[in-house]
Design a binder for this molecule. Structure first.
Ligand code: TMP
Length: 202
């Protein structure tokens, strides 16, 4: 059996990561057993948490928001990611722990050490083999989101600039695991850059 792989896709809303994840899944599916999944809201309970996180119309305190993302993560890791990786599958995951660091840590201003600790609790210490951050300036990424924004997307440009800088900081701190791709390029060019990162692992 081939070794399982866990690859996470990260970046600010509108960065194009979901398009790239789907392209990679199509590219890999004749070669390896691949699943695509996401946080928050892969299935079942997670979908209910996603609905609250993205569409609840009252206030959600930043700590509460973090715990809801982490609750989704704990369930997702146990139910989907760990079993698939241990069966030798390639798991392509749209957002994971670095989203909480970038959005709730850098974006909302919560304590980074506490978030790292909570992430470790939620994942049981499982780490992605590769994390790709799709980096693009926030004016461009938010324009891709369009005018119908969910609760997170409506957080404003200053928030998203902090999120973007957060991702770049994460990449500096963990250069082995976290790679940054310039997502201002065309879809094909970005995909080529993505393949260069993934091919050596498969
Ligand atoms: P998306 O699935 O369209 O990317 O939307 C998920 C939203 O939730 C996005 O705005 C990022 C946000 N998010 C966090 O703020 N923290 C997290 O830990 C995760 C997983 C997502």
């Amino acid at each position: 059996m081939k070794k399982g792989l866990f690859i996470t896709f990260e970046g600010a809303d509108g960065c194009g990561k979901t398009t790239q994840l789907n392209l990679l899944s199509d590219y890999l599916k004749n070669k390896r057993d691949v699943i695509i999944t996401r946080e928050p809201g892969a299935k079942g309970l997670g979908e209910k948490l996603r609905e609250i996180l993205l569409n609840y119309d009252g206030d959600i305190a930043p700590q509460c928001e973090s715990f809801l993302f982490l609750a989704d993560r704990a369930q997702h890791i146990e139910q989907i990611v760990k079993p698939a990786v241990s069966e030798g599958k390639i798991v392509l995951c749209d957002r994971h722990t670095d989203s909480t660091v970038a959005y709730q840590g850098y974006g909302r201003g919560l304590n980074l050490e506490e978030i790292h600790y909570l992430n470790t609790l939620a994942t049981g210490g499982l780490k992605p083999d590769l994390t790709v951050v799709f980096d693009v300036d926030i004016e461009t990424s938010l324009s891709r989101v369009g005018s119908e924004k969910d609760r997170m997307e409506a957080a404003g440009i200053d928030f998203f600039n902090r999120v973007r800088n957060g991702y770049l900081e994460i990449a500096k701190q963990e250069p082995q695991r976290v790679k940054v791709i310039d997502a201002a390029k065309s879809i094909d060019e970005v995909f080529n850059d993505l393949l260069k990162l993934v091919t050596p692992l498969i």
